[in-house]
Ligand binder design. Structure first.
Ligand SMILES: C[S@@+](CC[C@H](N)C(=O)[O-])C[C@H]1O[C@@H](n2cnc3c(N)ncnc32)[C@H](O)[C@@H]1O
Length: 211
């Protein structure tokens, strides 16, 4: 019995040591484990698509991200924790105010109040990661794509089909074919809306390959 307990303790200590060693190695090598830890610590309140897409981009060095529309900055916050400097753009000043109140945002977040349906005051090809999550219109996506540099990544997701929302959703393959020429699809998913089957919810992770 005593042997068994000692054996278990030694085994546990070894496992913990191995974990710590592996973690140190990962941290030395790059951002992989940092991303893993940060993403795991945000269990709720974030789009699962955003989380899984960022996991796929584990080797992407943090740069400048554009989160549009950013709302109250739930995804901007995650990007900041991953080391990005973030431009958060939204029409709603109260949402932007709520975002900049967070002390974590200081020095790493620029809030821009704008109408995303108009030309954006962001230099072309200046953004490393573009995040377009639950925009009210797909025109937000088409307007923002030119801000992304070649080699940069786009994470997008339409809102869900609840209530009458589906009326504003795209039709099948509308996004990849009409908007995203010049991009490689790393992951994308379309789900048909039950009530009106030509409409879909859509999400994607793309890399820009040509201007
Ligand atoms: C459903 S929220 C999504 C916000 C954020 N991406 C998120 O996932 O939490 C939609 C946002 O679009 C913003 N919005 C609506 N019309 C806009 C426009 N013309 N230009 C910029 N933002 C707009 C709203 O203020 C709102 O914050």
């Amino acid at each position: 019995m005593i042997f068994c307990r000692i054996g278990m303790v030694v085994k546990l200590q070894r496992t913990n040591m191995q974990r710590r060693k592996a973690l140190k190695g990962d941290l030395r090598r790059g951002t992989h484990s940092v991303v893993g830890i940060t993403l795991a610590s945000h269990r709720s309140g974030l789009s699962p698509w955003v989380r899984s897409s960022l996991r796929r981009l584990i080797s992407l060095p943090p740069g400048v991200a554009l989160d549009i529309p950013c709302g109250r900055g739930r995804h901007s916050r995650l990007l900041i924790e991953l080391g990005f400097r973030v431009i958060g753009a939204d029409l709603d000043i109260e949402s932007l105010r709520a975002a900049v109140c967070d002390p974590k945002f200081v020095g790493r977040f620029v809030a821009v109040q704008l109408d995303a349906m108009r030309p954006l005051p962001v230099a072309p090809e200046s953004i490393d990661l573009l995040m377009v999550i639950h925009p009210h219109s797909l025109e937000v996506l088409s307007g923002a794509l030119k801000c992304l540099r070649v080699g940069g990544y786009l994470i997008y997701e339409t809102f869900g089909a609840q209530g009458e929302n589906w009326r504003l959703l795209p039709k099948s393959r509308q996004i990849p074919d009409e908007i995203l020429s010049g991009f490689d699809a790393l992951a994308c998913k379309e789900t048909r809306v039950d009530k009106a089957r030509s409409f879909v919810t859509s999400k994607g992770l793309f890399q820009k390959v040509s201007p």
